[in-house]
Design a protein around this ligand. Structure first.
Ligand code: MF3
Ligand code: CO
Ligand code: CO
Length: 290
């Protein structure tokens, strides 16, 4: 097992600057995204901009991932992703979203999601770390995350990360126009077969002009919800979180954000932003090197 220091909230760096000329989402100033809208089909212009936003987010994630090494602080990783986004003219969507203070979410081991990058927390050999990046460009968002190993990790962590990657693929493969949103959770539940916990308190979401629109995606099977139907032009995220133990989450009181497993078991996550097409889906958050 790793000898890493216990995870706890650390001091934050000063708020990162975004150049004046970069267009900001409505919540950037006061933190409130306002009313959520029902999902609708993207216009050609929205879709073109979502491709760019998604490409920028993917590039920023890859750059942060390349900076992972034992002893590097989560704040340093956040700075790398922030730098790529502003260099490419995008606003880091999480910055001041409902008051969230940083440009990425970085979630280590038992942290499920919404870990806040800070100046004291370092990634250490044997950790698994999820980096979640969302970019806002041309009035729309693109959102993805991946879990990475820091150096050599144990076999349980390797298997968990592999299963989570496949759960994302299986979830995406369940999406087709005319199908129901609950097909995603149904397919993931069937694939996981009880081998891992499937987090149910956080889910995927419709995305576009709203970071999170009115569409909610469960990654476990939930017969009461998910009756909505997919239609061409819809854009959403699939972002399963699998755990080695309990699927139940609690949020750190100290910061109101960091979600951890109740039993301290480790969690992995993988996220893509996808488009529903006439025949199936297309993944938008794949960086095409230029
Ligand atoms: N990117 C996260 C998601 O996948 C949301 C982060 S919201 C924040 O939906 F406020 F925590 F940053
Ligand atoms: Co998301
Ligand atoms: Co995300």
């Amino acid at each position: 097992m790793s000898t890493r220091p216990t995870l706890r909230p650390g001091p934050l760096s000063p708020r990162r600057k975004v150049p004046r000329e970069i267009a900001r989402p409505s919540y950037a100033l006061l933190g409130e995204p306002g009313p959520t809208h029902p999902p609708r089909a993207r216009t050609p212009e929205e879709l073109a901009n979502m491709r760019t936003a998604s490409d920028i987010a993917s590039e920023a994630l890859a750059a942060a991932a390349a900076a992972i090494a034992p002893g590097v602080t989560t704040d340093e990783l956040d700075a790398v992703a922030h730098g790529v986004m502003i260099d490419r003219g995008a606003y880091p969507s999480t910055l001041n979203y409902r008051g969230y203070p940083k440009s990425t979410c970085i979630s280590i081991n038992e942290v499920i999601c919404h870990g806040i990058p800070d100046l004291r927390t370092t990634v250490e050999e044997g950790d698994i770390v999820t980096i979640d990046v969302t970019a806002y460009y041309g009035g729309v968002h693109g959102d993805l995350n991946q879990t990475f190993a820091v150096g050599e990790v144990d076999q349980h962590a390797k298997d968990l990360m592999e299963a989570t990657r496949r759960a994302l693929d299986v979830g995406i493969a369940a999406v087709r126009p005319g199908g129901q949103v609950r097909d995603i959770g149904k397919a993931i539940e069937k694939f996981v077969r009880g081998r891992y916990g499937i987090v149910h308190q956080f889910g995927g979401h419709g995305i576009g002009p709203d970071f999170h629109d009115g569409l909610h995606v469960q990654h476990n099977f939930d017969r009461r919800g998910g009756g909505e139907r997919f239609f061409p032009g819809m854009t959403l995220t699939v972002e399963p979180m699998l755990t080695l133990g309990s699927p139940d989450a609690r949020v750190w009181e100290a910061d109101g954000w960091t979600a951890v497993t109740v039993d301290g078991s480790r969690c992995a996550q993988e996220e893509h932003t996808i488009l529903v097409t006439e025949t199936g889906t297309e993944v938008l958050t794949t960086h095409v090197p230029h």
